[in-house]
Unconditional design. Structure first.
Length: 424
């Protein structure tokens, strides 16, 4: 009897332990980029795998990519677990993209001496935005954040103002304005006050927030690498540089190092482009331009393919990022030098490669002209066939009739055909 009671007690203990509450915690302390999106996606997956009831975000960011922000907001709104977002540490802020993400969080808050706001869209390059594009982006962002704010029941006026007027408030003022839910003394205070709040998950499903043991999900090597390569300008330069290195390897087989570096760089740039949501039509134009430059070396187009290739690369670079959806476009100050450099590399290396091939051909002609060979097959009554010379088999023509086994001397070469005469 006692044995059965002990077994039952152990089973109950294991059952309770298996369902112990937990909360996955992440820290965002840099600009919002494609790497942030990837980081949060994996953090939510970890929370689901660990059967945690909530995901806690410490946020201190100046803003970032509009496209990445949209995808993060979509993830939060569709999440089956609540996101608890706190502006932390003291002195930190949630600017621009961070302010929008906070409005999407199921429970949000800030520590003393933090602030939120200033979410007016700007180009990632810092360039002045055309007035019509600015108006379009502002109106689109306002309507988008209004929808988010209505779902969470927060202050609509504040949400509009942070976009149209770049308004910013301290966390204490934001709580009074109903833009933030909690003004906390510290993280423990925020999590304690977030516990047991009723929130809407997914399709208007009401749940009570549960906060358990904190499981830290720190940025790993994948996050750091992606954060490094996912800058639009760096990804573009990495892609173009990798193409140039691969071209050097193709035109100079055996160098190895350019091919290895170019191949690795190409893969990393493709990963970055995928995360940055590039316009694939723009990328196709760049690749078409590269193909034209290569063909220019082998087809007599009188420069048409070369000029067309550079034009395709230029316009492909311009259309590589869509400013309306990503908030980013490559500056002309970057595109023009890159296009000129790529043109110089392709034409310069190609010219040197062809020059080397011609020199090798001339050297081969001079070597063959002083060599003897042996007939291995004949046709046309011995006036043509094949000879073995310098370890290779060549076709030949001869005025004298030859037989298999005869030794001949090369007199000239026309393409891949050798003219020979029989050794006396």
């Amino acid at each position: 009897m006692i044995r059965h009671i002990l077994i039952l007690f152990v089973a109950l203990f294991l059952s309770v332990s298996a369902h112990a509450e937990c909360t996955v915690a992440v820290t965002i302390k840099e600009a919002i980029t494609a790497s942030t999106l990837d980081y949060l996606q994996r953090a939510e997956s970890k929370a689901r795998e660990s059967k945690c009831e909530s995901l806690y975000i410490r946020m201190n960011t100046p803003g970032g990519s509009l496209q990445s922000t949209r995808l993060i907001v979509e993830q939060i709104l569709a999440s089956p677990i609540p996101y608890l977002c706190l502006i932390s540490p003291k002195g930190g802020h949630a600017g621009s993209a961070g302010a929008i993400i906070l409005q999407a969080c199921h429970v949000n808050g800030g520590l003393e001496a933090t602030n939120i706001g200033a979410a007016t869209p700007i180009l990632g390059t810092g360039q002045e935005m055309p007035e019509d594009l600015r108006k379009k982006l502002v109106n689109d962002t306002v309507s988008w954040i209004e929808g988010i704010t209505k779902i969470r029941g927060r202050n609509l006026e504040f949400s509009r103002d942070i976009v149209t007027e770049a308004k910013s408030l301290s966390s204490s003022e934001a709580v009074k304005a109903r833009a933030l839910d909690i003004l906390a003394e510290n993280e423990a205070d925020f999590l304690q006050r977030a516990r047991d709040r009723k929130v809407l998950l997914g399709e208007r499903k009401e749940e009570v927030v549960k906060v358990g043991e904190i499981l830290e999900y720190t940025p790993d090597l994948r996050y750091k690498v992606l954060n490094f390569v996912a800058d639009p300008e760096f990804a573009y330069l990495l892609f173009m540089g990798s193409i140039a290195l691969l071209y050097v390897e193709i035109t100079n087989p055996g160098m190895i190092v350019p091919g290895v570096i170019g191949g690795i760089g190409m893969v990393f740039s493709m990963i970055a482009f995928h995360k940055l949501d590039v316009a694939w039509g723009g990328l196709a134009l760049i690749l078409l331009g590269i193909a034209f430059l290569i063909l220019e070396l082998f087809i007599p187009s009188f420069g048409a393919l070369g000029v067309g290739g550079l034009a395709a690369i230029f316009f492909g670079s311009i259309f590589l990022f869509n400013a309306e959806s990503t908030g980013y476009t490559l500056p002309l100050g970057l595109i023009l030098p890159v296009v000129i450099a790529i043109g110089a590399i392709f034409l310069g290396v190609g010219y040197l490669a062809l020059k080397t091939l011609r020199m090798k051909s001339q050297d081969l002609d001079s070597d063959l002209a002083s060599r003897d060979g042996k007939v291995v097959s004949v046709s046309e009554k011995g006036h043509s066939g094949q000879i073995e010379i310098m370890g290779e088999t060549w076709s030949f023509v001869s005025e004298d009739p030859l037989a298999v086994g005869d030794f001949v001397h090369v007199t000239s070469r026309t393409g891949l055909i050798l003219s020979v005469k029989k050794n006396k």
